[in-house]
Design a binder for this molecule. Structure first.
Ligand SMILES: Nc1ncnc2c1ncn2[C@@H]1O[C@H](COP(=O)(O)OP(=O)(O)O)[C@@H](O)[C@H]1O
Ligand SMILES: [Mg+2]
Length: 402
């Protein structure tokens, strides 16, 4: 009698079917327990400070009906007004103080990229995107990492809540305009998310296939994200992209879509040496795709910086090599951000610190400092674009004979 031949393909098909049923049961069981994300709330004084007006002005607008009636909470014998970031943006809209990218300037794409994992790409891209939303900008956060940590930070359970089509895949492999279907609103009114899920990993393989390279309609595989973002970017001021720790097709697409690359580096010896590899590979990639890549600026962001002498020495070494590329604000190592990498929580979303109030305030101050500096770099790109627009127009006028 002939022994039954082990068939790996059949095993995989069966396991996927049974696993699919298990997922549906899990999803049903989760139902009501599903975490619903909320924003922190503030009193009227803080709301006024954030919106850039006085508390009295807000009260007047509410009385006149220019703003909706405020939400009230009982505080002892009195009722207090409370506001979250979305309501603060509504106040900014009403008083004409919502920041926007200037007329004539395009949406800027900021990509957090490094070959290494664990350097805080996800942490810093998440907090930068939420910082921008807090300031009132219209933001799109793109999760290009199949590990989907950023995605879970918004309350999505990647492979349960999200279906085919809810990530970058269709836009990269079928048609750029498919991207808008993947865009999800979040609990931050001015922040949309393109989620990731483990299945997105397949696009790395798919985009490396020879037939994809010959696909003339969709263009060279590394520029697909660039083209897809063009179909949605009118709606946003800034697009932020979190990338996987590799140089596969997803990471390459992110680099080819970037105007500004922020490269987080932990000032440890191993991480410093890997940055050399990163620059070497980037240089080769640029040589291959010279026409497609349009990075206008790269900045190094020192992350998880501790106070040891060794770290200080390492920073001196990095300064010697990369000096002008390094952002002057650094992100220090802090307990407020120290947790399992798969459990990403934003500290812009909590109003009760996990540790001491001091540790929390220090973490917020460092994040605000770093984020303000990156936003300044974005603003400089907007100014450059406007200036070059004026110069082009002047040059055109100069060519027309009087
Ligand atoms: N400033 C910081 N202080 C302490 N821990 C941090 C800090 N930034 C990030 N982490 C932690 O480091 C780990 C890796 O960060 P992560 O953002 O996931 O890196 P990457 O996306 O580059 O792989 C996570 O557990 C995160 O919570
Ligand atoms: Mg990450």
């Amino acid at each position: 009698m002939q022994a039954m031949r082990f068939n790996f393909r059949t095993l995989c098909r069966n396991a996927a079917e049974r696993g699919g049923q298990m997922q549906r049961r899990l999803l049903d069981a989760l139902g009501a327990h599903h975490s619903v994300k909320t924003l922190p709330e503030f009193g009227i004084e803080r709301a006024a400070q954030l919106a850039g007006c006085t508390a009295n002005h807000i009260r007047n607008l509410e009385t006149r009906g220019d703003l909706p009636a405020p939400r009230l909470v009982e505080a002892g014998s009195i009722q207090r007004r409370i506001y979250d970031y979305n309501e603060i943006n509504q106040i900014r809209d009403t008083i004409g103080k919502r920041p926007r990218r200037p007329d004539g300037a395009s949406c800027v794409r900021v990509v957090f990229s490094n070959l290494k994992g664990g350097v805080a790409k996800t942490t810093m891209s998440l907090h930068f995107a939420q910082y921008l939303a807090r300031e009132g900008y219209q933001v799109l956060l793109v999760d290009a990492d199949p590990q989907a940590t950023t995605t879970s930070a918004f309350g999505f359970i990647p492979d349960l809540d999200l279906q085919d089509g809810d990530d970058l895949f269709p836009a990269l492999t079928e048609a750029p305009a498919r991207l808008s279907q993947a865009v999800k609103h979040t609990h931050w009114g001015t922040l949309d998310l393109i989620p990731a899920r483990l299945a997105l990993q397949y696009s790395d393989w798919k985009l490396s296939q020879p037939e994809e390279r010959q696909n003339e309609t969709l263009g060279p595989p590394p520029v697909r994200l660039h083209r897809a973002l063009k179909t949605v970017e009118d709606r946003y001021d800034i697009i932020v992209v979190d990338t996987p720790p590799s140089l596969g097709m997803l990471a390459l697409n992110a680099i080819a879509a970037a105007n500004l690359i922020v490269m987080p580096i932990v000032p440890h010896m191993y991480d410093i040496s890997s940055s050399v590899q990163y620059f070497r590979i980037l240089e080769q990639v640029c040589a291959l795709y010279e026409r497609e890549i349009n990075v206008q600026r790269l900045n190094i962001l020192l992350t998880k910086v501790d106070a040891s002498t060794e770290t200080l020495n390492n920073i001196a070494v990095i300064n010697g090599a990369y000096g002008e590329l390094i952002l002057s604000n650094r992100m220090g190592l802090t307990k407020e951000l120290q947790k399992s990498a798969s459990d990403q929580l934003s500290i812009y979303e909590i109003d009760q610190p996990r540790g001491s109030r001091d540790t929390y305030n220090r973490a917020i101050m460092m994040l605000d400092g770093v984020n303000a500096e990156i936003l300044l770099a974005v603003r400089q790109l907007w100014q450059q674009e406007i200036l070059s627009g004026i110069e082009t127009a002047e040059a055109a006028r100069a060519r027309v004979p009087a």
